[in-house]
Design a protein around this ligand. Structure first.
Ligand code: F6R
Length: 610
């Protein structure tokens, strides 16, 4: 995980690095550090804990210089302390490196370097990089980095500077994201584009096994063996306001509130004249429409993305009548899944960088499957692995807990299911039309849910002292229960379990007492009556119930006091409204507990380790 940034230009590097790291902190926040080149050589400043701590201890007068690198860490090798924080440097302080990834053969390299007299300070795998670069350095930083990278195994995005060559920065990638920003007389290297928004919107995405020589006069990309690569710049459509809180206390609540906009972006262009259009899927459309070519769909993802895939499975089975399965990417490839050339794998990943999902896609491809990615990040690693990418267009998401990207995933998956249904000459055209109509209406309906934020906050405040929650749902809203519980546990640290309501009496019912609030999804659906029975079962055992119901549900009104009412909507679109209500609930519980909502402990947004 971890975020890296580098700057070379005419302005003071430190300020730009800190600002960039702030935007990259979602990638890890165990420690932070930066290194700047100036007349005195290499100035390095690091701190354990969040970036703010580094900033508070900053000696800006010593940190002057126009070239620098920075890092925010999610610890893998070595505890999160100052010594293990990046940048790492060699014994002579001539080479400084920031690294995102894991150097798998670091032990062997370290033992060898130590035998030649190298003195290591940290426990990290990354520290071998500056020492190794130094051992190859014969007056040309680019060549030394090339030689080093030919020797290391594992994955990396790195940025390297040296006081020996004070107007140069070398960056490279293999398996971890790296973007180069092209400004006017200045250049950036970073784990993602958010770090450079406001400075430039012209970027170049670096591919695996490429190395970038960044100098004051321009950027040169080449292979590790030195062959030059020409790559056109891409213009980024995200803007700086999207990565600022704009008056909200946390990014999470800002991103929850943005959902009418993000959903509009995900949906609008894709519904035309009452039909779903996915231009990016055109090359696959013949096979998608033919059950002899594609005979099963497997949805893959981790965490929230897995829950989205779960909803996708129900939807495509219902409307396109294709056998579908869903699996967690981390389990998939170890479970000997039956994947054939007739399998379509739909991998869902907001970041497009989740290692388990990337590995699962690679496995599926090896078995001959067709692969599609649904992602929010243009140019992310997953887009290089799959046959076709579907962009979510949700805009940047900074809070670690997913909110607007989940609802965009759900919207895109529903549209995808209906697109495939259209191709397969469905019998029930009316059913497809009805769902499509309500999908189009989703941004407006989500707006109505958001107007209830104060009511949801009121309920959340009263329940914020409980330590265990059970979330119950059935059918298409069983995954909603899983997602509701995940949201609560990750930002409020409350134990919460999502459970299929029909399974409750086979075990979980033993947990129910006055100390265990039960959140019941009882919105209008095929399983409404069954959910009412489950509510009665909880009620009879003195369980406290919070219900999610459809406006006008009189039965619930007389039964449950703490109810969040949602607008009426098609059952298969309801997970989006329910998700928004659950996000608000989890947000307010965590906020009332005084927790760091945007950066919950131990988590990172982009999980690039297995
Ligand atoms: C939960 C959350 C995580 C991610 C998971 C997959 O709020 O954000 O569970 O959904 O780490 O991440 P992506 O979608 O980037 O592959």
């Amino acid at each position: 995980m971890c975020g890296i940034i580098g700057y070379i230009g005419k302005r003071q590097a430190a300020k730009i690095l800190v600002e960039g790291l702030r935007r990259l902190e979602y990638r890890g926040y165990d420690s932070a550090g930066l290194a700047v080149l100036n007349n005195a050589g290499l100035f390095v400043h690091k701190s354990q804990g969040k970036l703010e701590r580094l900033v508070n201890r900053f000696q800006s007068n010593r940190c002057l210089g126009n070239v620098g690198i920075g890092h925010t860490r999610w610890a893998t090798h070595g505890i999160p302390n100052e010594v293990n924080a990046h940048p790492h440097y060699d014994s002579k302080r001539k080479i400084a490196v920031v690294h995102n990834g894991i150097i798998e053969n670091f032990r062997g390299i370290r033992t060898h370097l130590e035998s030649t007299g190298c003195r290591f300070r940290s426990e990290t795998d990354s520290e071998v990089l500056p020492h190794l670069i130094d051992s190859y350095y014969k007056g040309n930083l680019l060549q030394a980095v090339q030689s080093t990278l030919r020797q290391v195994e594992g994955n990396y995005a790195i940025a390297v500077i040296s006081p020996n060559e004070p107007t140069r920065m070398v960056a490279a990638r293999k398996g971890s994201p790296l973007v180069i920003g092209l400004g006017a007389d200045e250049f950036f290297a970073a784990s993602d584009v958010t770090a450079m928004l406001g400075h430039t919107d012209e970027v170049v995405y670096v591919e695996d096994d490429e190395i970038v020589d960044v100098a004051m006069d321009g950027v040169r990309i080449s292979t590790l063996s030195g062959e030059p690569i020409q790559r056109a710049a891409t213009t980024v459509s995200w803007d700086i306001s999207q990565v600022q809180k704009e008056g909200y206390p946390h990014f999470m609540i800002k991103e929850i509130m943005e959902q009418p906009i993000s959903l509009r972006q995900s949906i609008n262009e894709r519904i035309q004249a009452g039909r779903v259009v996915f231009p990016e899927l055109e090359p696959l459309s013949e096979n998608l429409g033919n059950s002899d070519k594609i005979n099963q769909v497997v949805f893959l993802g981790c965490g929230t993305a897995y829950h989205a895939g779960f909803v996708g499975k129900y939807t495509i089975e219902k409307f396109a009548r294709i056998p579908a399965a869903v699996d967690m990417s981390s389990e998939f490839r170890y479970s000997s899944p039956v994947v054939t050339p007739g399998t379509l794998v739909v991998a869902i990943s907001q970041s497009g960088e989740t290692t388990d999902t990337l590995a699962a896609v690679r496995y599926a491809k090896e078995q001959g499957a067709t692969t599609i990615a649904i992602t929010n990040v243009v140019g992310s690693s997953i887009t290089r692995e799959v046959d076709v990418t579907i962009n979510m267009y949700a805009g940047p998401e900074i809070a670690v807990a997913a909110s607007k990207t989940y609802t965009s995933q759900l919207a895109v998956l529903s549209l995808f299911a209906l697109y495939v249904a259209q191709l397969r000459q469905p019998r029930d055209v009316d059913a497809i039309e009805a769902l499509l109509h309500d999908i189009e209406d989703l941004p407006a309906q989500v707006e109505k849910v958001l107007t209830q934020a104060a009511t949801i906050e009121h309920i959340a405040k009263r329940y914020s002292t409980y330590n265990h929650f059970l979330y119950l749902g059935r059918h298409i809203n069983y995954p909603s229960a899983l997602e509701g519980a995940l949201k609560l546990k990750e930002i409020s640290y409350i134990h919460a379990e999502g459970y299929p309501a029909g399974e409750m009496k086979h075990g979980a019912i033993a947990l129910i007492d006055e100390e265990m609030p039960v959140v019941c999804i009882v919105s209008e659906s095929e399983v409404h009556e069954k959910m009412l029975s489950n509510i009665q079962e909880v009620h009879a055992r003195k369980g406290r119930i919070i219900a999610i119901a459809t406006k006008g549900d009189l039965e619930i009104e007389t039964l449950i006091q703490d109810t969040i009412y949602l607008p009426q909507i098609h059952e298969f679109a309801s997970p989006i409204l329910i998700a928004v209500a659950f996000q608000l609930f989890a947000y307010y519980v965590a906020a009332h507990r005084g927790l760091d909502v945007d950066q919950p402990r131990n988590l990172a947004k982009s999980v690039t380790v297995e």
